[in-house]
Ligand binder design. Structure first.
Ligand SMILES: [Zn+2]
Length: 347
């Protein structure tokens, strides 16, 4: 039999009543007014109260703060008799996790250990958790917002990096129809192709715009290579990689959106996208994902992924000799590694 002195509040008035809470061996909890201590006419009519231990919720032990036993009716008992409440909680079989918190609070060595554990969790979280969370958030961003982001990016890049394409109109049309063929497989994505002139390059913007340069087209030995590159870029759109990259670089905005659904933070982060696209690379994981996406597509249209591998390799060699402009397609992860994956070779 456990007995606890407590103050009973009926959930409606702020008036407290001195009570004794008893737990018998069959887990029945009984709450009754302390005899002779109160005017019986002013006691809440539900007292004495009897109910099953399973029906109550006992607040966790946190230092020496007042704890409560909450009843389904909205009424509660408050007490500082921590040991007795712990016994009660042990009988309910809950609260183990928070008991650990209390243990750490009362033992400084434990507190130090907690700080160390927290630091490790933070490092691990930022290394693996942030990309994972960024992926979840990016995938949860509504289509309309996702595709709206980075809209000004191309016009910014046009002012700084690109000129109009100088490919003959007929060639441009051919490339467009190649891209349309590809897009038809991904009807949910707002894809379109923009041709430009600049360094040999191709990249994707979050709004579904894929940009490819004349120089890349000229570097290709056949159109299957170009289709491979375009499929890789569509993989970046489909995986929302640009947005994930932006989110990963701004953990604050990421958490704001993940936990509070605050999209205003997102537009701020993504406003910085042109600069980011020009200055950084997709992560190794994103490139691998886009390569896998391309491989799957090429496989479905019976084109060998070796074509993508071939142009990547040529592009890598090309960038080794020509260092002008950022190279979105190559170098990260090392081209050789990607070529090996695409051609199915193991090292
Ligand atoms: Zn890529």
């Amino acid at each position: 039999m456990t007995e606890i002195r407590a103050t009973y509040y009926d959930g409606e008035s702020s008036r407290g009543h001195d009570v004794v809470v008893r737990l018998d061996d069959t887990d029945r909890l009984c709450v009754e007014a302390v005899a002779g201590n109160a005017d019986p006419t002013r006691l809440p009519p539900e007292l004495p109260l009897e109910l099953d231990l399973k029906q109550v919720r006992i607040s966790p032990r946190l230092g020496n703060t007042v704890r409560s036993i909450a009843f389904p009716s909205g009424a509660k008992c408050e007490s500082t008799d921590n040991d007795a409440l712990d016994q009660l909680q042990a009988r309910t079989g809950t609260g183990r996790g928070l008991a650990l918190v209390h243990l750490l609070e009362t033992h400084w060595q434990g507190a130090v250990a907690a700080v160390v554990v927290l630091a490790v969790v933070a490092v691990v979280g930022f290394t693996w958790g942030v990309p994972a969370l960024a992926r979840q958030v990016a995938m949860r961003v509504p289509d309309a917002l996702a595709y709206d982001l980075g809209k000004g990016t191309l016009s910014t890049l046009d002012k700084t990096l690109f000129h109009s394409s100088t490919l003959p109109p007929q060639r441009q049309e051919e490339l467009q129809s190649r891209f349309t063929e590809l897009s038809q497989h991904f009807a949910g994505l707002p894809l379109h192709l923009e041709l430009r002139s600049g360094a040999a390059n191709a990249f994707a913007l979050p709004d579904g715009t894929v940009v490819m340069t004349d120089e890349l087209v000229e570097l290709a030995e056949n159109d299957d290579e170009i289709v491979g590159v375009l499929a890789h870029e569509v993989g970046h759109v489909q995986g929302r990689h640009a947005m994930r990259m932006a989110l990963e670089s701004s953990a604050v905005g990421l958490f704001a959106f993940a936990y509070f659904g605050d999209a205003s933070q997102l537009s701020t982060i993504l406003g910085a996208m042109p600069a980011m696209l020009a200055n950084s690379h997709y992560s190794q994981a994103h490139e691998t994902e886009a390569d896998d996406f391309a491989m799957q597509y090429l496989d479905s249209v019976h084109v060998s992924p070796a074509h993508l591998a071939a142009i990547l390799q040529r592009l890598g060699e090309h960038h080794d000799t020509d260092d002008s402009g950022p190279n979105y397609l190559s170098s990260h992860p090392p081209t050789a590694e990607r070529v090996q994956r695409l051609t199915g070779q193991r090292r």
